[in-house]
Design a protein. Structure first.
Length: 701
């Protein structure tokens, strides 16, 4: 049996964006492996993607178009032909667009991170249609805004060099589960003598393997960073030359930090002042006194609270205060996607958007529950009459899930879902269209965790009648009568359009070279901000942002307390005294892979980690079924009484498909649709609850 190996790329929402090698025999993918030659992947894949063929050949894979025959949410469908499906879709969308194009809404996110199967042909279709725009904020919007107003964009250090760091701070992340290849490099740094610090409310697998774990309450990271600044300034642990040459607003920042002495910052965070003193001394002694690299790896969990944007702003100031940017192994990374010169205007054809009398309205994807239930008025605009969902599963992943499900359950809402499986959202579809997986289509990938472009070459033919997202939208465009030349672009054409060829960072990289090599690195400086050169209006790291001031925001990083906490809402906290966070389970990636039996079996069932003190106060024993509730909803889970959760905190690893949980619910029953201070992102980790044994009196809920 002859075997061939195809160069591919992992499509999932992970900073590692692995280079993959797909082994094919007799037209079937028999193995997926990491490319050993790719400097970041180094031959290893995470436990999820290593089992990708299980997902591709899953017996429940959608392989034919389907039409709903039962009530919304019941998941009852019959198979139909592509012609019938596309004709029905075009007929319904044309009728709605004739009345009010903005009544049609696309809903998508990062089910694939590919530039071709993500927002290329799909964006062209909706722009031409005049549909409502979607503000895609559900993951990183607050942090991206924080970086924009500090560094000028989603820019950061290259983690390929983190092996040489002497102090590594993992702030709000669990790279063993969500950034495996960087964790491997951090472990190498540890073997070379680096100190590893985890800052996380939860003692994750990563935190257990660090030298020190600091556990602030959710939503208090800005207070911690400002407390560290206070000590660095107080003790003179500063790189004065770097501050003078490459930053803006230090004197104002000094005044702001003066308001956060260690005792005050510690009280806000719910930690000991000694933790802040120790952390600041480690940063200052390493970077300033010894002139050695300090690396901060920030992840997205910490920006999913009311003050998430300011938290990232505050943390992002620290490397410039101590001159950490002077080293390739120093600085900070939340995302480095802003280094990639992607031609989004050509990919998405912004020129197709109607501009008279104004651009179409924008709907924030975080508030999809409220948006679908809105009756429409002069301020909101027309009622949403149709939703086209692709690369997402909003009924499972969007906050305040009860309202989301109620919105999708509207009988007068026409819903099209492009999917691989019959997800929670697919159960509410009127039309269910089978999409190809990464092994079956062309794509091109930028990354946000390293500096390599990657190509995805199709390894196998599409299974059944599945089609790439691009082809589905091409055929819909044809039936809608859209005759612009861009709707005839092939996937290869689109991939070739992705990079701005005139940008020096792309020297030597084009689609033809990339798909042959599989991956190529951008031309970037090893230490991007060693000599300043930030992308801000001033060209400096902006402690003080004139742009924020002009928009009516605080121009300096500040502590914005959570919406829900004893500090900001004491009465609510008396009723619901436990903070809840719902970070990703190691074997899931958002809601992807939940239906792969081998991975779900490893997770077992929905669990809630609760500290022994909090459990004892509620007569909760390890292994007991518990009910978690607040004013937004309720769900059940199996209690794990453990010191992994700090006092006052419960942790429900997520995101389960609701239909695969015993009570048909997941953590997003309890989360809110409120938005962050900057970027209008979600506040998944700004959530107060209480917990009782499952058979307890339910009157409190």
């Amino acid at each position: 049996m002859a075997e061939t190996v195809i160069r591919a790329a992992c499509p999932h929402d992970c900073p590692d964006t692995c280079a993959m090698l797909v082994t094919v025999a007799d037209g079937r993918a028999i193995r997926v492996a990491g490319d050993p030659d790719h400097p970041m992947t180094q031959g290893a894949l995470c436990t999820k993607v290593a089992r990708y063929p299980e997902r591709v050949y899953h017996p429940d894979r959608l392989l034919t178009p389907r039409k709903r025959v039962g009530p919304k949410g019941a998941g009852q469908f019959v198979d139909i032909s592509w012609d019938e499906a596309l004709d029905l879709a075009a007929t319904r969308l044309k009728a709605i667009a004739a009345r009010a194009p903005e009544a049609i809404l696309p809903y998508s996110y990062a089910g694939t991170m590919g530039l071709v199967q993500g927002e290329s042909m799909a964006a062209r279709f909706f722009h031409k249609l005049g549909a409502s725009l979607l503000d895609r904020t559900i993951c990183s919007a607050a942090g991206v805004a924080g970086l924009k107003y500090t560094y000028g964009g989603s820019l950061g250090m290259d983690m390929e060099f983190v092996d040489d760091a002497r102090l590594i701070i993992i702030w709000g992340g669990n790279p063993i589960a969500s950034n495996l290849h960087v964790w491997m490099r951090m472990q190498e740094a540890k073997r070379r003598g680096a100190t590893l610090v985890a800052i996380d409310p939860y003692r994750s697998l990563t935190a257990e393997k660090c030298h020190r774990h600091i556990a602030p309450m959710p939503g208090t990271d800005a207070a911690l960073a400002l407390g560290v600044m206070h000590i660095l300034i107080r003790d003179g642990l500063l790189d004065h030359a770097y501050i003078a040459e490459h930053t803006l607003g230090f004197e104002a920042l000094r005044e702001r930090a003066a308001a956060y002495p260690p005792a005050h910052a510690a009280a806000l965070c719910g930690i000991a002042a000694e933790d802040i003193e120790w952390l600041a001394a480690q940063i200052g002694e390493t970077a300033v006194r010894r002139g050695e690299p300090v690396a901060i790896r920030v992840n997205y969990g910490l920006q999913r609270a009311h003050g998430g944007g300011n938290a990232v702003r505050a943390i992002a100031c620290l490397p410039s205060l101590v001159g950490a940017w002077r080293h390739a192994a120093g600085g900070l990374q939340l995302s480095m996607s802003g280094f990639f010169p992607i031609d989004m205007r050509t990919l998405q054809r912004m020129d197709l958007l109607p501009t008279w009398p104004a651009l179409p309205r924008t709907i924030n994807m975080v508030t999809i529950g409220d948006a679908l239930l809105h009756p429409g008025d002069a301020k909101f605009g027309p009622k949403i009459e149709a939703v086209v969902v692709y690369n997402s599963n909003p009924v499972a992943v969007a906050p305040e899930s009860g309202r989301v499900a109620a919105g999708f359950a509207r009988e007068d809402l026409f819903t099209i879902v492009l999917e691989h499986f019959q997800t929670d959202t697919a159960d509410y579809a009127d039309l269910l269209l089978p999409a190809t997986t990464q092994l079956e289509h062309v794509d091109i990938h930028k990354t946000y965790g390293h500096a390599y472009m990657l190509a995805n070459n199709p390894a196998i033919a599409p299974l059944g009648q599945a089609k790439p997202n691009t082809e589905i939208f091409r055929q819909l465009a044809r039936r809608m009568g859209f005759d612009d030349a861009c709707f005839r672009d092939s996937d290869e054409d689109i991939a070739a359009q992705a990079l701005r060829a005139d940008d020096p960072r792309c020297a030597g990289i084009d689609w033809q070279s990339l798909k042959l090599a599989g991956w190529q690195k951008l031309k970037l400086a090893r230490a991007p901000f060693a000599n300043g050169g930030f992308a801000t209006p001033s060209g400096k790291c902006e402690f003080y942002s004139h742009q924020l001031a002009e928009r009516g925001h605080d121009p300096l990083p500040t502590f914005v307390p959570p919406y829900e906490s004893p500090y900001s809402t004491p009465e609510l906290a008396r009723r619901f005294p436990l903070a809840m966070i719902s970070p990703p389970a190691r074997n899931f990636l958002n809601s992807t892979f939940v239906n792969v039996e081998s991975l779900r079996a490893t997770e077992g069932e929905p669990h809630l980690d609760i500290h022994p003190d909090d459990a004892a106060a509620r007569s909760i024993r390890d292994g007991m079924m518990v009910r978690i509730f607040n004013d937004r909803g309720t769900l059940q889970a199996r209690a794990r009484v453990t010191t992994r959760a700090r006092p006052g905190l419960v942790v429900g690893l997520s995101i389960w498909w609701k239909k695969l949980a015993a009570d048909g619910k997941n953590a997003n029953e309890l989360t809110s649709q409120r938005l962050t201070d900057l970027g209008d992102g979600p506040v998944f980790y700004d959530c107060l609850v209480d917990v009782v044994p499952h058979d307890a009196d339910a009157c409190a809920a």
